[in-house]
Design a binder for this molecule. Structure first.
Ligand code: NAG
Ligand code: NAG
Ligand code: NAG
Length: 629
């Protein structure tokens, strides 16, 4: 019995510290490629294993020159103690520092090199073996602080390759290398599937704080990606099971639900106080069910809201890490509590819980993905992400899962900037005077693309030429034409009728590019010269005033009397009406006369016919027919 207990302690202690599930772990080393471009003797491509800290440039690549320090070759001490600096001069290639494995944590070597100005670190293995992943050390407070601040990428290389690099370096050769992460994440289609293996425990120290911070930070981007249909995200939770022999022990009862089937380490690693492992398993299960229920209503992103709200509203510290508090959050998010409870099932039942069973199955690696053994773990397109748990770094990894040009806008936003545009606009086209640049910061590094400014698209190669095109060109720097403003009035010589032209506006003369001068209309155009006129030149125009009661008619350049114009027009109207009436009357008279005459004619003929001799009757119709067709 005593033996059994100590064996259990050992087992639990092991599980608590390292969070390795009971199954035998199969860990896949994520690799990127390291290409040596010179010297000729060692030219070629080699695998390197991406470190589990720092910021790998997923989707990008980085060129540099290798440097091997003359002292402190294991990098366990600060390089400043040896007067060594890796800072590259402006315009020079970044420095990749080669450091030997051994004597201290990988992360410390990388941190020391970063402080001395390195842009990337290559750690040469000291034994011949397959590549391994450099992980961050189990933290105590002080190491974790510097790990947080590691921003440069690092990779482990094989011993033999390290030796080849050192040999070339000692031979005085310049070694050019290129670290390439472009194929580190596969991109099989236009949707990226990714998983976060997480934990609801909020009292495990630095690693839990980091995880919570990340979830909070990443929520916005995750929701944009999910709502846009760009990604399919699934949260996962690691549990382990209690060996059959111990299911009735105090430890298993406090750490497990469903009779030892699903367990989590005690949050404080102290069985006597605070929350127990089973509280954590229950909350993990609830979060899984929140996701499932939200996913069923086609709103999987609500999981991010629930998890962040729960962190804030229900922390262990305030003794609110419980069902009541969780239900409050669920209600506020308008999720169906009944469905969630149904999904969670009975934690005291001596039977499987299908949700947690699926999680345990998923822990075991499939295909190219290894087992999930580290918490937190991010899996992108079935590849485990390696690198710092930070929004921009993870976003970069997810974004690199899209085919180039199919990535959503959030991938090209400032969240994943590389800041390559800060230095001379990344060598792209620029117009300093108008504050315009073709440099665009993206997670793949900078691209030179002619900008869209105030709705006007610039066109060109992006490097040497960008020109405004399409309508609205005149609004950008006046299309390069003259413009001026004075007394609140602005004139531009830019003319756009499908073709851009610089032509001084009316009232000005000049070449339209550099200068347009006001025309003195009073003198030069002989405007406003009538006897009653008084002419005054203004900028771009002129004012003409007429003496007395007269007003100026600009079209005719003449002054006329206000009243004269009115009378004249009144008389015109009267005349038009009178003439109209006269014409109408005349017309009516003519019609009347004509009708009358034809009536008379036929009457007279009828009367006369009675007195005409019969033999002449034949003549009458002829005559009548002639006159009256
Ligand atoms: C890490 O960075 C933070 C903020 O940038 C700084 O306050 C802190 O001192 C740094 N830690 C170390 C160990 O350099
Ligand atoms: C979420 O829903 C999608 C379809 O809407 C489904 O394919 C996916 O398997 C669901 N995920 C989980 C964990 O239920
Ligand atoms: C140029 O534009 C950027 C961003 O649009 C702005 O932050 C900066 O202040 C501008 N600089 C000048 C000189 O106008």
């Amino acid at each position: 019995m005593e033996l059994q207990r100590s064996a259990l302690r050992l087992l639990l202690g092991f599980l608590v510290v390292s969070l390795i599930p009971v199954s035998l772990a199969r860990f896949v080393v994520e690799k990127n490629s390291l290409r040596v471009t010179s010297p000729e003797s060692i030219k070629g491509t080699h695998d390197s294993a991406i470190g589990n800290f720092g910021i790998p440039q997923y989707g990008g690549s980085m060129a540099g020159v290798v440097m091997y320090p003359r002292e402190n070759q294991k990098g366990c001490k600060g390089f400043d103690e040896f007067g060594i600096s890796f800072k590259s001069k402006p315009g020079a290639l970044p420095t990749f520092v080669l450091i030997d494995r051994g004597d201290c944590f990988f992360a410390l070597k990388v941190w020391n090199a970063q402080k001395a100005g390195a842009s990337a670190v290559l750690v040469a293995d000291n034994i011949e073996e397959a590549l391994i992943t450099m992980d961050s050390p189990e933290e105590d407070g002080s190491t974790a602080k510097y790990i947080e601040n590691i921003t440069i990428p690092s990779a482990l290389i094989e011993k033999s390759f390290g030796q080849a690099l050192k040999k070339a370096y000692s031979g005085g050769e310049m070694i050019n290398v290129n670290l390439d992460w472009r194929e580190a994440v596969p991109h099989p289609d236009d949707r990226v599937e990714y998983e976060l293996w997480t934990n609801s425990n909020d009292e495990c120290g630095v690693k839990c704080d980091m995880l919570m911070e990340f979830v909070k930070d990443f929520k916005g981007a995750a929701q944009i990606l999910e709502k846009g249909g760009y990604t399919q995200f699934t949260p996962h939770y690691i549990t382990w099971y209690c060996p059959q022999a111990f299911t009735l022990s105090k430890q298993c009862k406090s750490q497990c639900i469903n009779h030892g089937r699903y367990c989590a380490p005690d949050p404080e690693q102290d069985f006597g106080t605070g929350y127990e492992g089973k509280d954590v398993v229950l909350e993990n299960l609830r979060q899984l069910c929140v996701f499932r229920v939200a996913n069923e209503t086609k709103k999987p992103w609500v999981w991010w809201d629930y998890v962040t709200d729960f962190q804030i509203r229900c922390p262990m510290k305030e003794k609110r890490y419980n069902k009541e508090c969780a239900n409050g959050v669920i209600k506020s998010l308008d999720l169906d509590i009944k469905n969630i409870e149904k999904c969670m099932g009975d934690p005291n039942a001596d039977s499987e819980n299908h949700v947690l069973k699926e999680e345990q199955d998923a822990q075991v690696g499939k295909g190219s993905r290894g087992d999930v053994t580290i918490l937190p773990t991010i899996v992108v397109n079935n590849r485990q992400y390696r690198g710092k748990l930070a929004k921009s770094a993870v976003l970069k990894a997810i974004c690199s899962g899209f085919e180039e040009t199919t990535e959503p806008a959030v991938c090209l936003s400032s969240d994943v900037e590389t800041n390559e545009c800060l230095d001379n606009d990344g060598g792209c086209w620029q117009d300093k005077s108008a504050n315009l640049t073709a440099c665009k910061d993206t997670f793949r590094g900078r691209v030179c693309e002619c900008p869209l400014v105030d709705g006007v698209q610039f066109k060109g190669d992006g490097y040497t030429i960008c020109e405004a095109s399409g309508p609205g060109r005149c609004s950008i720097k006046n299309g390069g034409c003259w413009h001026g403003s004075r007394d609140g009035r602005t004139f531009s010589a830019c003319l756009d009728n499908g073709e851009l032209k610089c032509q001084c506006p009316p009232g000005f003369k000049g070449d339209g590019f550099k200068s347009c001068e006001d025309i003195d209309e009073c003198k030069e155009k002989k405007a406003c010269q009538c006897p009653e006129c008084g002419c005054k030149n203004t900028w771009g125009s002129y004012d003409c005033s007429c003496s007395g009661d007269l007003i100026y008619i600009r079209d005719h350049d003449t002054c006329i009397s206000k009243s004269a114009r009115e009378t004249k027009s009144a008389w015109t109207a009267v005349w038009i009406i009178l003439i109209g009436l006269a014409i109408a009357a005349g017309g009516a008279y003519l019609v009347y006369k004509y009708r009358l005459r034809s009536y008379m004619d036929s009457e007279i003929r009828a009367i006369m016919a009675q007195y005409m001799p019969l033999d002449s009757q034949a003549e009458v119709p002829n005559h009548v027919n002639d006159e009256h067709p």
